[in-house]
Structures are given as structure tokens and as C-alpha cells.
Ligand binder design. Sequence first.
Ligand code: SF4
Length: 499
Amino acid sequence: MSATVTDKVADGGCHGGRETMLAAAHAAGKSDTLDRYAADYPRGPHDQPQSMCPAFGALRVGLRMRRVATILSGSACCVYGLTFTSHFYGAKRTVGYVPFNSESLVRGQLFEDIRDAVFEIARPEDYDAVVVINLCVPTASGVPLDLLPKQIEGVRIIGIDVPGFGVPTHAEAKDVLAGAMLRTARLEAEAGPVARPRQMIVGDAVALLGELFPGDPPGVAAMLAPMGLTVAPQCPAREWRDMYAALDCAVVAAVHPFYTASIREFQAAGRPVVGSAPVGVDGTAAWLDAVGQAANVAAAKIDAAKARILPVIEAAIAANPIKARVTVSGYEGSELLVARLLIEAGAEVPYVGTACPRTEWSDPDREWLQARGTHVQYRASLEQDMAAMRSEKPDLALGTTPLVQKAKEMGLPAAYFTNIVSARPLLGAAGVASLAGIVAAQTRGKARFAQMVEFFEGVGVPDAAGYGWTGVPDLHPDARAKARKLREARAKAAEAVGT
Ligand code: SF4
């Protein structure tokens, strides 16, 4: 790579121009990886949903695992943000970092430094695997993590590229790492005997795909019991050897429908996959049918499972009716399931937006929702979510942080999907009660929101925003014009790079 391009890349990142970074990464030999990401995680209708740095998803999946060390290779500002967010969300592990500068990037020293770090940390008494994540700049510069040793004294080395310009959301970045680890585990299992999983499964099991509330898998296990099935360790896994048990499942349940690379590994292992999840009465009945049929369970046993759980869910819905108009948006992958459950519980849901792409695994939920008049927006942008909220005027908006902020400015009750909805049960009867509780608690404050909007009328809005202003700030049109010209010149120069 030329020094000019390297300088551009080193200055790049989130604000450096996606096309420049993509061109640099292709030129640096990352075409195979980027082409696979483009196929696994299709874009559109707009370019990229607004969400946090995608690499956070992969980082989080690694940090949740026992006996797995994680090393980041990227710009210091990215690593600062990612580690800050990790610890904010309660990561109890250290995040390794291999710093670089333009010179170590150009000379290839960064790869040598990563290699040294990997050899230093890969101690079999401490770790089963070391994960190395290339962020934007090292990916665009072609730092070849595939040249790292595949294992050091039995410790697997998993090197992945997770650039913001190649992986659209942090949800899909989870799949990048989960898929890479499942692939290694599958190849190990195919090659010969492997370590005994921590949780030995007796009989046929269903592997649940997606990060779920901890109480949900035991609830699903109880639902499956009349069919003679149980749950396998979840994926993304908590420990390396649990992946062997997951791969040994009878059926994969793609509860979160965006795990394309992980599903590819399960399918390569010969496992059937079903979409959707046991939410509400309709959803649970359809899901038990699909799982039972995929696992070759006799119809009488499937009926027995339904006969046991459906009346319980029906009773939970009757005891927790939801009378509200709700818009749903988020980037977790469970948005369609939440919308489904809300509707079954009596809510009106005119719009559901998800930052994740459309895959066949969410088709049952999409079709069910569309049949009830809900607009389903995949790869939803913040603007689409906001427009839906403005036009639908819901009693409650479930969404991302900026959406919640906007809702509160409008005096609308709103709740952050990730911290409120995803942090509670969703499946079975427990999901009904929890969702109804969220809606009731949030909508109760509607009158208070209206009072607050009235009370703070005009305070903290555009020209008066910020602490300590007593008047409207002076405008500086010349400075604005100058800044705009500079931005345009920079964008033009960036376009020229690599042509
Ligand atoms: S790694 Fe994340 S924070 Fe850093 S430049 Fe890429 S997208 Fe932005």
C-alpha cells in the first residue's frame, strides 16, 4: 500500500469515508473476507444503520466466554471506546491491545507485534482460545491475521476482521466471531475426539442461537420436555467445549435470525434450522410444531407439548392484557418477536424497525406481523424509526437511545430496547408478564411527560441548548461557509484516493 493511502486509512475510521476504507482493504488483499461479509450481511435499503461501532458485538461475544482472551488491533480511540463500553456493560475481563502508528502499519511491524502478543498470552493453563480482532484501520491496511498460527500449545488463535465498513451492525459482528469459533470447533469435532462439554446433554437437544435473557433457556427446556427434547448449550457459547455440545444438537433454533455464518456451520454439521421463537400463543404453537417436525418427533408428542404450555401462556395473556399503541425499533434482532408478543397481548403495533437484515429465519414473524397490518422495516435507519414514531404517535416507543431522547422531547413515553426489553424474559409465559409490566410502567408516566414538556417549553432546544446561555448565540455564517468548503475539499480528496 502506498504511504498516501496508508495515511488516509490511518486517519480514517468511522468518519474517514467508507469507500476509501473499502478500496484500501480490497487493495490490501481482504477481498475474500469483504465479499463474504457482503453476502452474509446484505446492506440496504440505505447504506448502514446508525448503531454503535460494530466491533463491539464481536468483542462482547469473546468477553463473555470463559478461558478466552481477546486482543484488539485498531486505533487507540476505537479501542478506548470499545473497552469503555465493554466495562460499562460489566465485562470482567481485560481487553488486550496492540497499538500501532503509521510507521509500524506501513512496515508490517504491527503484524509482528500482534504475533508476539499472541505468543505471550496463549498459555494453555489459562486459555482455550485467543481472539484477535482487526478493527477498521488494520483491516483496511491488510494486516493478515490469517497468517497467525492456528494454535499455540493447544490454544486456538481466532483472528477476525471486523471493520465498520464491512460489517453493518454490532449484531452481525457477534455472528462474525461466533461463526469463526463454531467453524474451528466443528472442524475439531470432525477430526477426532474433543473435550467433554461442561454440560453433557442426554437425548436430543435444541441449540438456541442468540444472546437470550438467562431465564429464557430453562423455560424453553420445560416447553420441550414433553417432546423428549431439551436445550443444548446456547450459541454464542460461554465456553469453548460447550460448542461441541451445541453442534451435536438435533435442531438449531435461530431465535435471533441474523447469525448467518453460525447457521452455515450448523448446516455444515448436518443440523436442521428453524426460525422464530416461542412467543405468545400463536408463536409458541408454530415454533413447537416446527421444532418437533425438524427433530422427527411424533405428532402426539408435539400436541402434548402444546397442550401443556399454550393454556399457561393464554392465562398469562389474560392476566396481563396490554392496551396501548406501541412502535418498536432496535438493533438486537428480537424486535419482530417483541412486536409479535405485544400484538398477541392486545397492543396495537403499527411499526417495527430493526437494524438487522431480512433473512429467512425471521420470515414466519414478518409474515405474521404483516398479516396484522404492521409495517416491518429491515435495516431501519434512525430517520425511518423517528418518522414512524412521529406519524403513529404511539403511547409508548421502544427504541434506541436517540429515538428515546427524541420521544421524551415530544412528551412521549419511551424505553430503551436494549436495556429494558432485552434485559427481561421474552419467551413463554414469563415473556408475557415481563413485557406487560414494561408497557404498564412506562405508559403510566404519559401525563407527567406532557407536564414536563410544558414546564420546560423552549429550554434546551436548538439555539438555547447548553448550560449557561442567556440569549441566542451569534451566528457566524462566514465560519460555517469556510468549514463547509473544507469538508467538501476533504471529501473530494478522499474520493481520489486509490483511483
Ligand atoms: S473500529 Fe469502530 S470506532 Fe473504530 S473506526 Fe471502525 S467503526 Fe469506528
